[in-house]
Design a protein around this ligand. Structure first.
Ligand SMILES: C[S@@+](CC[C@H](N)C(=O)[O-])C[C@H]1O[C@@H](n2cnc3c(N)ncnc32)[C@H](O)[C@@H]1O
Length: 404
């Protein structure tokens, strides 16, 4: 049954203290059992007897503060996550972008998790509401909003139920459903709540509905109409948003965060040319490839380039000009030779190399073995990147220098 999370303001400071207490002990290397014992005593002194979070939960939050640093940087020290909540959470720069794009008078995040996205909805829009099925996670969302000085109503319950849907009055409905962690082929039906059901339930109150979907889905596997926006964070495919009805600006787009560079299916296309390694390599952000927008990106950049490498994970183009786009990393081609360890090593020595970065697919267990062989005897100062062009009979190594 859905109900609002009761006032937790008084509890907030105590929980924060208990989390910091645990964190200190984790950092000192104490074991879990000992920390839990100490924490029980500490909580008694604090008079902390929370009906939703027990000592185990507080320990988990403390442990996740360490893990959260990678995604949340300095903010991690203030935030509250359980294991799954952290894994599901939207990185702050993506959440901020999404909230700006969906800025409105009132927005409901109907599967808000521990609130990483909701914080930014509350910041950008006049009013934000969060719905969360899991009581504990809803409570963490409330704590996270307080930690960030934001306010939103948080409702515990099933967003697809009559009872909850009746309480929601918002101009935009947003849902970032959970996805089963181990799923070979991503489908929409396995998401919770299923997007089609959210549309069915909420299209009576608004047509402005948006989703966060698994980014591995190519546009053609998404049966719901709307703009599919592939989101790149620091040159890596991070998210896929689907904006329905009036929220859509085109059919498919890609956005690069933090630069905010955008490419859409409406940009004039330039098709890649036949093979050929020229003066420069252009490594393309896979986000653009997943979105099927490579010709549009080339059109936008007016770049006439050939595809040199396309191994299903990495696409590298080549041309005689530099590009300027955050969807592309440029390299200057220094040497091309057969992909033969001693030949590559000779070339690297002649170039004055000290280190190399391998830019081709290898099983992780082989990475250092291969790199050590290729770097053997190098005593120069330069750092090069090594690409491998392997198709049909041809197996070539391309030694290149990154250009900022
Ligand atoms: C991917 S997480 C959301 C993460 C969130 N966007 C963030 O940035 O922290 C999805 C959440 O939806 C919740 N959920 C799943 N089905 C739901 C339903 N029917 N109603 C409400 N919440 C639901 C799950 O418990 C989970 O916490």
């Amino acid at each position: 049954m859905g109900h609002s999370v009761e006032s937790i303001e008084k509890e907030y400071l105590k929980i924060q203290k208990a989390v910091e207490f645990s964190l200190k002990r984790i950092r000192r290397g104490y074991g879990k059992e000992r920390i839990l014992r100490d924490l029980r005593r500490f909580n008694k002194k604090l008079r902390l007897k929370n009906p939703i979070l027990n000592e185990e939960d507080i320990f988990e939050i403390a442990r996740n503060r360490i893990k959260a640093r990678e995604k949340f940087g300095k903010l991690a020290a203030r935030l509250f996550f359980d294991e799954d909540g952290l894994r599901y959470s939207t990185p702050p720069s993506v959440a901020e972008y999404r909230a700006k794009r969906l800025k409105t008078n009132s927005i409901a995040d109907v599967s808000c998790g521990s609130g990483a996205q909701l914080i930014y909805f509350a910041r950008e829009s006049e009013k934000a509401i969060g719905v969360e099925l899991d009581k504990k996670r809803a409570y963490l969302a409330k704590l996270n909003l307080m930690a960030m000085g934001e306010d939103a109503e948080i409702i515990v319950g099933d967003a697809l139920s009559d009872e909850i849907a009746r309480q929601i009055d918002a101009e935009i409905v947003f849902s970032d459903p959970s996805r089963p962690p181990q799923e070979k082929v991503r489908t929409l039906e396995n998401l919770e709540p299923p997007p089609e059901k959210v549309i069915e339930r909420y299209s009576k109150i608004t047509s402005k509905i948006a989703f966060e979907l698994p980014p591995q889905l190519p546009p053609e596997r998404i049966p719901i109409e709307g703009e599919k926006e592939y989101t790149s964070l620091n040159f890596r495919l991070n998210r896929l948003a689907l904006y329905c009805n009036e929220l859509a600006e085109c059919e498919v787009s890609a956005i690069s965060i933090p630069s905010m560079e955008r490419v859409t299916n409406e940009t004039e296309e330039i098709q890649p040319e036949p093979n050929g390694i020229k003066d420069f390599l252009h490594e393309v952000d896979f986000t653009v490839i997943k979105a099927g927008l490579l010709p549009n990106l080339l059109g936008k950049l007016d770049l006439h380039a050939s595809i040199v490498i396309d191994d299903g994970k990495r696409v590298v183009l080549s041309s005689n000009t530099r590009s300027s786009s955050s969807f592309v990393r440029d390299y200057r081609v220094e040497e091309i030779c057969s992909f033969n360890f001693s030949e590559i090593n000779d070339k690297l020595k002649k170039l004055g190399a000290g280190k190399i970065t391998l830019r081709f697919s290898l099983p992780p267990s082989e990475y250092w073995n291969v790199r050590n062989k290729l770097e053997s005897g190098l005593d120069g100062k330069e750092w090069f990147y090594l690409f491998r062009k392997c198709d049909g009979e041809e197996d070539k190594a391309i030694i290149a220098t990154p250009l900022d």
